[in-house]
Design a protein around this ligand. Sequence first.
Ligand code: ATP
Length: 518
Amino acid sequence: MADYIYTMELRLTPDQLKGVGLVQDVARAAGMNLYLTGGAIRDIISGFTIRDLDFTVQGSPLKLQKDFEKAGAKITAVEEDTRTIFLALPGNARAEVSMARTEKYEKTGKPPLVMPSTIHEDLRRRDFTVNAMALSLNEGSRGLLLDPFNGVADIEAKLIRILHNYAFLEDPSRLIRATRFAARFHWPLEERTQARYDAAKEGKYIDHILKSSIGHEIGALAHEDDPLHVVKMLEKEGWLEILHDKWTSAKVDTNGITALMKTRQQMVDLGYTPDAGPAVMYFLTSHFSDKDVSDIQKLIPREDLVEAWRDIEDHAKELAKRLMGKEAATPSRTWQLLSSARPEMVLFLAVTAKQQSVEQKIKNYLTKWRQVQQKIPLPEMTELLITPQLPIYPKLAHDVFMLLLDGKLRSRTETLKFLKPFAPPPPPPPPAPRRGRAAKLAAQPTAKPGAPQPAAKGGKKGKVAAAPAPPAPAKPESKVQEKAKAAKPKAAPPKAAAKPASKSAKKPAAKKPKQKRK
Ligand code: ATP
């Protein structure tokens, strides 16, 4: 049997995994049954990017809002009718927690009647088989997968299949969702689903789509890995104009979005997890009027997405200004500035920077300067016993990197010269092996009371006894401390940091005695 908890732990990002723990703790403390559901399960099993975490609780999550906030999550939106709360989890993880519910559609185009239910009933109201699974996160059944519609089999067959014949009639937004998933995964609609889809299209069911669903679907575009392809497919099917009557692929800044997704991948490869959503929305609506953009923003339920999208240009301008100022006068200062900036701003500015110097600095930050890290002489540092176990190591490695970036350490020799004073004293010799009792007894009769130990073996023993586990010798230790102190100001403004090192790099021997005399 597949171990879905293991697969989940393997596939989620560290932030997402912590998010699962956070939601689990809150639900458990409230005595509510909790399941990971929908797209998250689909993506965990299929191997696609897990963009957000969908949780379902038996009971209303609305009453857990304060508990979530206390646990460190931010509530970004609340949908009262479906009892769903949207969370921004610490780090860059998003989640939604919904109440397990049934939805009864009485009239096309009217919101369904929502009733609390069990998780089993809840799975029946879902859109496609691959989205109708739940993984128990409860004590006693943790890891149990509920898959009443054979979603795993459809993932394996790579098929999008509705749960019943009325799926598109009940909720026409499923037509857009079907196209979006088919485009994203490159999975076709299953034969009967395709037939129902075609009939729904012909019958213009889409005219009955709810406004709230439009907002939800627009927001979903922000997190597509290939938004351009999805938009083109939506346009081809006639759904893009449903999302907004003026939306065509011509309104999209194609070059911008292509560059954005390329840089995003580059950053992901470097270990960053920028949320490209706001920038994607910016480029998807580049050629809209401000009024149209504002109208679209009003439809999107996730306030955090809308807010970040609204602010993106201003924040990018601010960062660009700082990158052109004193704060980024040297490569090391630029590195520090960009390292402390939000990855999403670095990403957006990398693509939109108007000033060549800003563009070049970000380019260096993401490419050229990374190679400088390889100049840190790690093998020699290990030989010098400068290893991560040393408390000063992180700062030292950082300082060396900054000096290398600024060209203040220009060769391996200079770098080692800088590093040597920080080398800790060698460890004390290992204690002599303990002699067995039998050997001691055998030795006793021959030894006269008070006589010295035998020369060969006893000599060693005598030595260790004479100098028991010596603390680090006074001289080298004070030297390390001295050097560490000298290195301290380097943590603050890099300008101050650069000076002593450059001197030590250029004329190390001549400088030291001078200071001592003073
Ligand atoms: P994505 O990867 O785009 O986030 P998702 O499957 O997680 O896809 P959401 O819109 O986040 O989609 O919805 C979460 C889950 O809620 C879905 O997986 C599905 O089970 C259910 N769902 C969402 N919209 C509908 C709908 N219109 N009809 C039925 N079920 C829906």
